[in-house]
Design a protein around this ligand. Structure first.
Ligand SMILES: [Zn+2]
Length: 175
């Protein structure tokens, strides 16, 4: 899948996923706690899809995917380990769901507003979000988009600094 399309899909899946999390939580008091038997696996699948679509540098998107899988597994784990019936599970699930949504609100907003990109955006490809640190040509090695000369100079300078430091470290340990 081309990187541009991949990040568009990532954004779509994340939007659906955030909405689905809220709907799943509202269904617990509104309908029945057993709705998590359906919403749980749906959220789990969405979480896996997010991780699949997110690139390693898309920290917020990855966090969102991992957290979503985590909360689903936690719910199922609790039911199995503590043998909770529906009546017993409703309150803790509603509370844990609320805490999850509140705690995750920040990463959710970050993931959506940046399309999952994180870090100094100037050093990321404007098209696909690839982290450009270490490039030797002023273009993205991932999708071929041109990199601004000023940004390229910055990256080259910083990379050179890191390399010098590493070399200095190596020769220090050798002597
Ligand atoms: Zn790119």
């Amino acid at each position: 899948m081309p990187p541009g399309r991949r990040s568009r899909w990532l954004k779509r899946v994340m939007t659906v996923s955030v909405l689905a999390s809220w709907v799943a939580w509202l269904l617990i008091p509104a309908v029945d706690v057993e709705t998590v038997c359906i919403s749980g696996p749906v959220l789990l699948l969405l979480g896996v899809t997010i991780i699949f679509l997110a690139r390693v540098q898309n920290i917020w998107a990855l966090a969102l995917g991992v957290a979503q899988i985590g909360i689903c597994l936690l719910f199922f784990g609790l039911v199995i380990a503590l043998q909770w019936g529906p009546g017993r599970a409703e309150k803790p699930f509603a509370w844990m769901g609320l805490i999850y949504l509140l705690v995750m609100a920040f990463p959710m907003i970050m993931a959506l507003s940046t399309g999952g990109k994180s870090g100094p955006t100037a050093w990321h490809c404007t098209q696909c979000g690839y982290f450009l640190f270490g490039i030797t040509q002023p273009r993205c090695p991932e999708c071929g988009t041109g990199v601004e000369q000023q940004v390229f100079e910055q990256i080259k300078y910083a990379f050179e600094l890191v390399r010098k430091q590493q070399n200095a470290g190596k020769s220090a340990t050798r002597s």
